[in-house]
Design a protein around this ligand. Sequence first.
Ligand code: ATP
Ligand code: MG
Length: 872
Amino acid sequence: MMTAKEIRESFKKFFESKEHLIVPSAPMVVKDDPTLMFTNAGMNQFKDIILGNATPKCRRQADSQKCLRVSGKHNDLEEVGHDTYHHTMFEMLGNWSFGDYFKKEAISWAWEYIVDVLKIDPKDLYATVFEGSPEEGLSRDDEAASIWEQFLPKDHIINGNKHDNFWEMGDTGPCGPCSEIHVDSRSEEEKAKVPGRELVNKDHPQVIEIWNLVFMQYNRKADGSLEGLPAKVIDTGMGFERLVRTLQGKTSNYDTDVFQPLIKVLGDLSGCKYGEDEKKDIAMRVVVDHLRAIAFAIADGQLPSNAKAGYVIRRILRRAVRYGYTFLGQKEAFIYKLVPTLVDEMGEAFPEIVAQQKLVMKVMQEEESSFLRTLENGIKLLQGVIDETKAAGKSEIAGDKAFTLFDTFGFPLDLTELICREQGLAVDEKGFDVCMQEQKNRARNAAEVKLGDWVVLSEAESEFVGYDNTEYPAHIVKYREVQQKKRTAYEVILDKTPFYGEMGGEVGDSGVLVSENEEIKVLDTKKENGLSIHIVDKLPEHPEAEFMACVDVERRRAIEANHTCTHLLDEALREVLGTHVEQKGSLVTADGLRFDFSHFEKVTPEQLREVEHIVNAKIREDIPLKEYRDYPIEKAKELGAIALFGEKYGDKVRVVQFGTSVEFCGGCHAQSTGRLGMVRITSESSIAAGVRRIEAITGKAVEETLDKMQDFMADLKGLLNNAPDLMATIQKAIAENKELQAQVDEFKAQKAQQLKQVLIEKAREVNGVKVIAGVLPMEAQHVKDIAFQLRGQFPEHLLVVIGSEAAGKPALTVSLSDDLVAEGKNAGQYVREAGKLIQGGGGGQPHFATAGGKNPEGLKAAVDKIVELAIG
Ligand code: ATP
Ligand code: MG
């Protein structure tokens, strides 16, 4: 039996023998495509080639691509664990032809590989072909069908509809029919009962799709119509885990050597045995599946967070924790303990997981623990809701409450229902659905973007000339209209552009396009599928004219300085803190920079100073920029250039060097370090377990900060009559103030004694009780002292009721001697009642209670009220 590792290798070897270039998997986290958060298919990394924005280095390529299907168009999350063949993260084996071979080779090679090489029995195989679509004007894919007929009997070739057999990249763009290969792995007995062809694409767990061959031959336009694609593309994707399961004769992906080692360790950890209890099995599958997704996402640079891609990862982790908590009895962080096994199993094929193991474990452990605390709170909250619902005599908890639990605590409806059912309650599912729908609508409205078709003016390629120029003559190649949130903007592509498109943490350039008779503002520049897209507020009247493309130079220089500064900081941080420091994210703008890096404790103020000093020394050295463009990646590595984890690099790279700082980088940089002027670190904080963030400013921003500090000092001095020694003057003022405060306290205490005396003199006897009552202008704290002194002085038959006011705030203080309390009198009850008269409330014990309020006018009446309540 072939192992998973051998199967992965055999795929690569097979397509190598068919003259394919074997390329590495792209990172699973997509960094520079605003339309996609995670790689969800093998073709993602070839999007710019398929769209015609880039030329492939080889027309035939193949790989094993890490994919994640947890958001957007492909979202399998809710299936995972419940079935045995959908994963969040999985490997997709694929082969591509970019304008080279087409259907004939794609189908015959797929057949040759799985039947001749891997020896899957042809009688278990079925192929689907596109049945055609009259409304699109498309007929059946007879071309594909006739090729299949060379290998399969006709009753193993099945027509499929648009949903299953017509693949589209998005609302617009390349698309075409596809053919899927399905495997029937049921027992002979079952096969005899129901023929496999009846179960294809029917969600039967033993008759599953393993390979999809996509034949891209059309381009979908914004109006929905189709046109022919000039360079046809073959794009295939085969689920690696499904293939392994078929070859290892299993009926579940989790029974293969891809998952068994993880399941075994999880079993040892939790004391649960796989295969004995369906609920526990589901939970174990969820945990081992999600573990892979989370670990690889973190290794590729996506930390869990509360927004966008980070939030998706956080939710996957929470789903796993919840299953572990509910079904495997795991009340403490445990998933991170499986990481070493994962590294053993997959580290060879994916070295990034080996390199990032420590960080991955640390981040997971922290996330798990913090969510477990949330979970405990959520369970308490739910118990509160259940109690309230029962008290109100209802049998169903409200849908919006269930939704809050889902939204904030990650409680899916079924968990809430489970807990409620145990206590005899139901959940208003309709109400829940309404809340869910409302939230989805809100999200959709916020995100909806309508893209018009490109209006193409010329076939010229677009070239970035902005490393050397900030002004350049250019022509518009194409433009389109974009509508978002009812605002219209235009996207423009130039043949030559000095504008840097936002990428790698560096913001895009802004500026103007100037022609003989008009000027168009460039608001921002983005990079999408390899193209620099200029966002402009209006279209030129004469789009075909020649323009001078002018970048806002002052802004660009500030951005460059900050980008160069991140490189110098990166190096200085490694020098001061150690070589475990690795970049985990960065943001470079004109105003400053943010730099996230792995480090496991707070950076001390002394260390930050040292880092600043190192960088400032390099700035004064005025080290010139040395740049290597289109440099072979191997030679770049020899230079010792630092690469980023989770970044996709081609064969040719750009390297940016300032003396000893050497990094792979595509960004814009200062011509020499002197241009930075000076650096100042403005903050240091933690953004996740094991990841610190520093923020810093350079050049003019430092100058402005220093100006502000100096002005502040000058103001301060002015305030202190230009005292020559500011420090001594302030220290003296503090000491004086302290002494004065002590005197004031003493005077207040004396005054309290006097007032107490007056109260005693004015005391009256009512029904044998000494009533000491009145309103005093003082703080409640002092009144409390007086009340306790009076209690000591007159231990029996005593009622003290004092209204007081300080700084406009009224208060009531009531105290009773113990004998009155024994009679059943209660100070707390009186203040609660009388507190209303001063628009406030309070409480306390039977012998002593206080109330605060808002209306001092009511104090007298409140005091009288209490006397009346107590002995009236
Ligand atoms: P299915 O209908 O089974 O969900 P699909 O139509 O979504 O599959 P494609 O988008 O065509 O699948 O992806 C190509 C191949 O990738 C599939 O044939 C399958 O082998 C594999 N695959 C797809 N989704 C998953 C998943 N969530 N987990 C594991 N493998 C998958
Ligand atoms: Mg699917």
